[in-house]
Design a protein around this ligand. Structure first.
Ligand SMILES: [Zn+2]
Length: 255
């Protein structure tokens, strides 16, 4: 009876609202893998230098404690991330910022694909780069931005990852994050033990902190999500966890 009523309500909804309904029900259906956050070979895909720490600075530390191998791949060169700098100089500075921030958390395997920020594309070169990384490093978990993150480079990155993985035979766990839009997570991770180091790492992104208070934004979001989804008073990082197929289906629904 309840399901029948649900179906009726759904039929009464205007067509333009249906993707949202489908989106939410699909998000809730995803995820309950026991291997969650226990993978040995992990790839963090960051559109810009700082996304890796904003979205994953806590879980990176948890993986490091478990002796996992972590690779961070940066999709863009970061050259457009602050209008007060010369683009070439900024790209260099931002790489240094990420090297220091990741180094502080114990991650040294960084790869820079150097696409020009704000104008890069979902092309064969980028898809191959991700695909090759996954194969070469035997990657079991990927952290990447969801296709509904509110930034163009993040959306492009999301589709590069999904398209790169489409024909790959693997049982990858995908963890989708959002930096520039809210998320309804299927996985909320308590990072109380890691928050101090995460903030120290974030403080190293001087060229970005000149423009936005990314630390306040990250802290507020992590505490709010901790309250709402984690039922504790501390800090959290939040993801949509699922298989490649689930993520692809979810992302197609909203695009
Ligand atoms: Zn970004």
């Amino acid at each position: 009876m309840k399901n029948l009523l649900k179906l009726l309500y759904r039929m009464l909804l205007p067509k333009r609202l249906l993707p949202h309904v489908d989106l939410f029900s699909n998000i809730r259906k995803l995820n309950d893998d026991k291997n969650t956050l226990n993978e040995k070979n992990v790839l963090i895909v960051a559109p810009h230098m700082d996304d890796e720490i904003i979205a994953c600075g806590g879980v990176i530390q948890q993986y490091v404690k478990k002796s996992a191998n972590i690779t961070v791949v940066f999709m863009t060169d970061g050259s457009e991330g602050n209008p007060n700098y010369d683009p070439v100089k900024l790209a260099k500075l931002r790489k240094e910022e990420s090297r220091h921030a990741c180094g502080l958390l114990g991650v040294t395997d960084l790869i820079f694909l150097d696409n020009i920020e704000k104008s890069f594309k979902n092309n064969e070169e980028n898809r191959s780069a991700i695909k090759n990384l996954v194969e070469e490093k035997n990657i079991e978990a990927i952290f990447y931005p969801m296709a509904f993150d509110g930034n163009r480079d993040h959306v492009t990155t999301s589709w590069i990852v999904l398209d790169a993985l489409k024909n790959l035979k693997s049982n990858l766990n995908l963890y989708g994050y959002c930096v520039w839009s809210p998320i309804i997570p299927t996985l909320t991770v308590n990072i109380d033990d890691e928050i101090e180091q995460k903030i120290k790492a974030m403080e190293l992104f001087k060229t970005q902190l000149e423009q936005f208070d990314l630390i306040d934004m990250t802290l507020s979001n992590s505490r709010y999500m901790g309250y709402v989804y984690g039922m504790w008073k501390g800090h959290s990082e939040n993801f949509i966890a699922g298989t490649v197929k689930e993520h692809e289906r979810l992302s197609r629904l909203i695009s």
